[in-house]
Design a protein around this ligand. Structure first.
Ligand code: RB5
Length: 151
């Protein structure tokens, strides 16, 4: 897969670790955000990876900031993005199976590198279950596209 990865200053080390992990598994990783510890605004990286996912430049995305929250909030403002913040593998798996999350986010100040790898694995290996879950994802996207929900 072609995976976009982006981060702020809090996520530099974890990004390097996750990038090497994904590349060792044969994925192509496209780098966004910052490679410096200097303060860097997380909305920039969230936007960059969100755009890359929504446009099809990459198949999916990984976002890392201190908590995973700010960077996912920014990415979720891009039309077509469904970014999920996860701190453990169960939610990561369900974020794909039920919500078809196209970006996974986590906090470098919240979880360690081994947990981050488990989260990424669960999410990448899971498949969206479709059916009633697709109907709900369609409703999310209706809100995204129209700022309205006919229900
Ligand atoms: C940066 O200090 C921090 O606010 C950021 O990494 C993130 O946790 C925001 O949600």
């Amino acid at each position: 897969m072609r995976i976009g990865i982006g981060n702020d200053h809090a996520g530099v080390d974890m990004k390097k670790d996750i990038t090497a992990y994904l590349e060792a598994k044969g994925h192509e990783v496209v780098n966004f955000g910052t490679d410096s510890y200097e303060s860097y605004p997380y909305p920039v990286a969230g936007y960059q990876v969100g755009k890359a996912v929504a446009s099809g430049e990459v198949d999916c995305g990984v976002l890392i900031c201190g908590t995973g929250i700010g960077i996912s909030l920014a990415a979720n403002k891009v039309h077509g993005v469904r970014a999920a913040v996860c701190s453990e593998p169960y939610s990561a798996r369900l974020s794909k199976q039920h919500n078809n999350a196209n970006i996974i986010a986590f906090g470098a100040r919240v979880i360690g590198p081994d947990m981050a790898k488990m989260i990424v694995d669960e999410w990448l290996n899971a498949e969206h279950m479709g059916g009633r879950h697709q109907q709900r994802v369609d409703m999310i996207m209706e809100i995204d596209e129209t700022q309205n929900l006919n229900y």
